[in-house]
Design a protein around this ligand. Structure first.
Ligand code: SF4
Length: 286
């Protein structure tokens, strides 16, 4: 069986940078206790490593309730967060290790700028996703979130309103384009700000090609990873024999008997060691 591994499988630049920043933290010299706001990546094995380092996960509510000295250092993940977090950290005297991906920062800043210019902010992304919530907060809150066709069709704006449409960085580009086209047709002052990141763009183009060229596709990722699920959905539309796996263990449940070729890709938060294990397992080396 021929196995083709995607050239983009695994950590994207933003996640890699965040992971390296956390891995390089010198726990002897950093202000303790150290917390991370939410999960660094949607991957249990990476998160266990972070915990073993002595970094504890904290969710927003608890962070905002924390007083001075309860938090020494707070780590912001690649998905970013809203301005209130920085303000609260300053108020309680906590150090900030900011691992927000620069591409996410760009979207946050655009939301802020366009809101100031009087635009209604529309974010095409997963409702409730950390990155989307952060972008919304930078835009002053109250953005309209479009997660699917139903959201799109139920949208109603004032015909005179200025609308700025932003994308969550890992958004399906086809869907983003269709939202932009729909809004432009119905309203007169619509600004489309194509903020899906280059990595996402390349991955989505490549997975379409691989799904068409191979008998089956394996997408490795966590079921809480938005970009992994997106890759899965795109591949499955083209190739019904697309499977979502979290680790090499899941391969046992997939029947690939007689399959001549399999393409393997992975979400932006999937560590290299898991990808290697899956490929080895497919090749029969494990
Ligand atoms: S997917 Fe793109 S925007 Fe998101 S963390 Fe990775 S590099 Fe940054």
């Amino acid at each position: 069986m021929k196995i083709t591994l995607s050239q983009y499988a695994g950590f994207c630049d933003g996640v890699k940078r965040a992971y390296e920043m956390v891995a390089a933290l010198d726990m002897e010299h950093v202000k303790r206790p150290v917390f991370i706001l939410g999960t660094l990546v949607h991957n249990p094995s990476v998160n266990e490593k972070i915990e073993a380092k002595g970094i504890e996960k904290i969710e927003g509510e608890k962070f905002f309730a924390a007083r001075s000295s309860e938090i020494g250092t707070i780590i912001i993940t690649a998905h970013g967060t809203g301005p209130d977090v920085y303000a609260h950290a300053e108020k309680i005297g906590a150090e900030v290790v900011d691992a927000t991906c620069p591409k996410v920062i760009k979207v946050q800043r655009l939301a802020k700028i366009y809101r100031k210019r009087g635009y209604r902010i529309v974010i095409v992304g997963d409702r409730g996703h950390k990155e989307v919530r952060g972008i919304d907060d930078w835009g002053g809150g109250g953005a309209v979130i479009i997660s699917d066709e139903n959201d799109l069709k139920s949208m109603k704006f004032d015909p005179e309103e200025k609308i700025a449409v932003l994308a969550q960085t890992t958004q399906n580009e086809d869907f983003f384009r269709s939202v932009g086209a729909y809004l432009k047709e119905k309203y007169s002052a619509v600004e489309i700000l194509a903020t899906t990141c280059h990595t996402t763009h390349e991955r989505q183009i490549e997975i379409r090609k691989l799904a068409g060229e191979n008998g089956a596709v394996l997408v490795i990722g966590s079921d809480t990873s938005a970009n992994s699920k997106r890759l899965f959905e795109i591949a499955r539309e083209i190739n019904p024999r697309t499977y979502f796996v979290e680790s090499a263990d899941d391969i046992k449940n997939i029947d690939l008997a007689g399959m001549e070729s399999v393409a393997v890709t992975a979400g932006a938060s999937t560590p290299e060691w898991i990808i290697e294990e899956v490929v080895k397992c497919l090749a029969g080396d494990i």
